[in-house]
Write a protein that binds this ligand. Structure first.
Ligand SMILES: Nc1ncnc2c1ncn2[C@@H]1O[C@H](COP(=O)(O)OP(=O)(O)OP(=O)(O)O)[C@@H](O)[C@H]1O
Ligand code: SF4
Ligand SMILES: [Mg+2]
Length: 344
């Protein structure tokens, strides 16, 4: 069995809804609602689901961005992270919480922080346009390796740029001088600078042309081979996710509805939602044919989330009791978990 890198237990993120003249909190949006998830060392776990299902929120909660960007968000649960440089696992949600800043010493926080990095969809806005590439990559190096001299940092930047397929002297240029694909390479170099165990990639290739997408995906696979980190790969494009992932997890309205080996989820999905989602993807596999299952209606609003199984108003196989009980993930085949009692 592979070694566990991250074990997420019952993660819940509820965003505030403001109302009234005083803009008080009048409600909560359950964007992530009781997610259990394990990521193994050096694997790629794909995370898919329609827009608004909570994928980005999971990524942002794990890297600790949420407490700063949305201070009123309620974040609950555990996310045990087994960093390779430290013996004890730490709960990332505690560590990155506002209370965690007082509870954990700064050096200890940095020890964990450097082991988990994020690459964003939009390389245009995620790279500071006023900094040169060298300054962008130097930032994490200076924070996490203060013992490095300026010359050593420059050497390391050149080495990282080469690793991601750029020229060492590209460092003196600015983000706007690069294409989208090259910018995503810069984002990868910055993420790799701290030798992370886990890189959370939020739609890393969605903004790129198809031919460039393939180059960046190949590069990500090569880098994983060489550096040995795990990816949480968030994307809409199921064929890309299937290509890169060892396992795939499927989200619907803040819930994880299916998780299993990539081939099993892609070719023989068991949850009615995954079946509908995947039936829309054309497959080039000899002798393989699948029927299109139309998804009825729109994704309901999180503010009026359906009771019981959140998919029941759209589910072609819904039974009368589906509106009453929230199905839990059950292991239907080795390593293949599905949250539906009526699944195949
Ligand atoms: N800072 C925030 N404040 C309030 N609501 C938010 C915030 N961030 C996200 N949401 C809401 O939480 C839900 C989940 O959003 P999230 O961005 O995680 O979805 P997603 O699966 O990444 O979607 P997409 O595929 O479109 O990127 C959405 O309804 C979104 O509107
Ligand atoms: S629990 Fe019921 S509504 Fe939900 S996916 Fe299964 S059959 Fe459909
Ligand atoms: Mg998103």
């Amino acid at each position: 069995m592979s070694e566990v890198l991250l074990r997420v237990e019952d993660l819940r993120v509820a965003f505030p809804v403001y109302g009234g003249v005083l803009q008080r909190i009048v409600g909560r949006l359950p964007a992530v609602d009781g997610v259990h998830l394990t990521i193994y060392r050096q694997e790629t776990l794909g995370l898919v689901g329609e827009s608004g299902s909570g994928k980005t929120t999971i990524g942002r909660a794990l890297v600790g961005i949420l407490p700063a960007t949305t201070p009123d968000a309620l974040i609950q649960g555990r996310a045990w992270f087994y960093a390779s440089n430290l013996e004890e696992p730490v709960d990332l949600l505690q560590l990155f919480s506002r209370r965690g800043h007082r509870r954990y010493s700064r050096p200890l926080q940095l020890q964990y922080r450097r082991r988990i990095q994020m690459v964003f969809q939009d390389p245009f806005s995620s790279l500071n346009p006023r900094l040169s590439v060298e300054q962008i990559i130097a930032e994490p190096l200076q924070i996490h390796f203060p013992e490095l001299s300026r010359a050593e940092i420059r050497d390391r930047i050149g080495w990282l740029l080469e690793k991601v397929g750029l020229q060492p002297d590209d460092g003196i240029r600015y983000p706007h001088e690069f294409s989208g694909g090259q910018r995503q390479r810069i984002g990868l170099a910055r993420a790799l600078a701290t030798h992370p165990d886990l890189v959370i990639c939020d739609e890393p290739v969605s903004a790129l042309d198809v031919s460039i997408q393939a180059q960046v995906i190949n590069l990500m696979e090569d880098l994983q081979e060489e550096f040995g980190m795990a990816y949480l790969f968030i994307a809409h494009d199921l064929s890309v996710v299937h290509h890169i992932s060892k396992r795939i997890a499927v989200m619907y309205l803040g819930h994880l509805v299916e998780v299993g080996p990539a081939d099993a989820v892609y070719f023989t999905p068991k949850h009615p939602y995954t079946q509908a989602l995947i039936s829309a993807v054309p497959i080039a596999k000899p002798g393989y044919r699948r029927e299109r299952i139309p998804l009825r209606g729109e994704v309901p609003s999180l503010l009026h989330k359906p009771s019981g199984c959140p998919f029941h108003p759209r589910c072609p196989r819904a039974q009368p009791d589906c509106a009453e009980h929230l199905p839990q993930l059950e292991e239907k085949a080795p390593g293949h978990w599905v949250a539906c009692p009526y699944a195949d």
